[in-house]
Design a protein. Structure first.
Length: 372
């Protein structure tokens, strides 16, 4: 089987190995275990792979480089229009050679892939929509367009669309799905947390506006001011890093808040085993892996009520749902911080639920999709 991946993720080539964002590549490597040939169409960026980038694992990977395109300004739009003919030519050529077309959405390359797959109705296809599939969510036009094309079974044939969450009134090709990080073999006995001691919070995610890392820091600051013994470990990097460091310094929070930057899966895993809470006041998510990973080890998620997050948290039974307002978030947290039995119940429920969704189950589901 010749398997084609159309992705907007930035890729790097080093010594004939193809690298990209680790969680995405780790997932794709499960697909690639069961195919003969692979072609990846995606933009390339210069530089050496960093700590959160890994290589595809396959002996026969062909990389077709395309120029990144953007539609965020008039200038970017004009530049992208000039680039489009060559990109479209490459996509048509690759789709014609492929046995299975796999789209990564939402993204600009995914959008082009959505249009071009229409001309290949007999090809077996899958699309992984890694964003928020909530039909009521306010989203950019390009995202809404991708969702509309993928859901339209007159235009999109022979495709399974993998989405996060189980939403009402969906077309027959929309398949509720999940993602995973850990194997069955990584399930281990976790000691019950002591909620009468220092309460450890972790934030795992990019330090960008959409993840609201400053709000996470301000929540810890407010809890400390109210007399709670708390700490926060921040894992991730991004454009807000310097601003956050300055805020921490200005507010004299260095003793309780630490920004660790990007760290390996193993480092984050060890932090999750002992943390009490994982906080992510994000603006938008698909299936937040950082939260599912925390739950896997009984770390209670504290998350904004977006996308399929309420479903993941069983509407509060497996975690704490909050609004992105500092005062309201503090009120919601303080309701449960004094009730140890309540917190232990959430922790146990989170662990039991998340440990159902292992890489072993994930790979079995992928095999079914490839063999249909």
């Amino acid at each position: 089987m010749r398997f084609l991946i159309i992705s907007h993720a930035a890729h790097k080539l080093e010594q004939s190995n193809l690298f990209s964002y680790a969680p995405y590549v780790r997932e794709m490597n499960l697909w690639l275990k069961h195919v003969d040939e692979v072609e990846v169409i995606a933009p390339e960026v210069a530089g050496k792979p960093n700590s959160i980038e890994i290589a595809y694992k396959h002996e026969n990977v062909e990389y077709s480089v395309v120029t990144a395109i953007q539609f965020t300004s008039v200038l970017h739009l004009l530049k992208s229009i000039i680039k489009l003919p060559l990109i479209i030519f490459k996509l048509f050529r690759s789709c014609a050679k492929a046995d299975h077309i796999h789209l990564r959405c939402p993204g600009n390359m995914g959008l082009l892939g959505c249009f071009i797959q229409v001309f290949f109705p007999n090809k077996i296809k899958t699309a992984k929509y890694a964003g928020n599939w909530d039909p009521k969510a306010r989203q950019p036009l390009s995202y809404r367009l991708q969702k509309w094309i993928l859901s339209n079974t007159l235009l999109t044939k022979n495709m399974q669309v993998l989405v996060y969450g189980d939403w009402e009134n969906q077309s027959k090709n929309i398949k509720p799905f999940f993602t995973a990080t850990y194997r069955n073999s990584e399930i281990e006995t976790i000691e019950k947390r002591d909620y009468n001691t220092l309460l450890k919070f972790v934030f795992v995610g990019s330090l960008v506006v959409g993840k609201r890392p400053l709000l996470a820091i301000q929540i810890i600051e407010a809890l400390k001011q109210k007399g709670f013994d708390v700490s926060l470990e921040v894992f991730g990097d991004g454009v807000l890093r310097d601003e956050l460091i300055q805020y921490i310094s200005k507010k004299n929070l260095e003793r309780i808040i630490n920004i660790n930057g990007n760290q390996t899966k193993e480092v984050v895993k060890e932090a999750l085993k002992t943390a009490h809470f994982s906080i992510l006041p994000s603006k938008s998510e698909g299936w937040p892996k950082a939260i599912a990973e925390a739950m896997f080890f009984g770390c209670i998620p504290v998350v904004t009520e977006i996308s399929c997050v309420p479903y993941m948290l069983d509407y509060g039974k497996r975690g704490i749902l909050m609004t992105p307002n500092l005062e309201d978030a503090i009120i919601e947290l303080m309701k449960g911080l004094g009730n140890n039995e309540h917190l232990r119940s959430k922790s146990e429920a989170a662990l039991k639920w998340s440990q159902q969704y292992t890489l072993d189950l994930f790979e079995n589901e992928i095999i079914k999709l490839l063999n249909r």
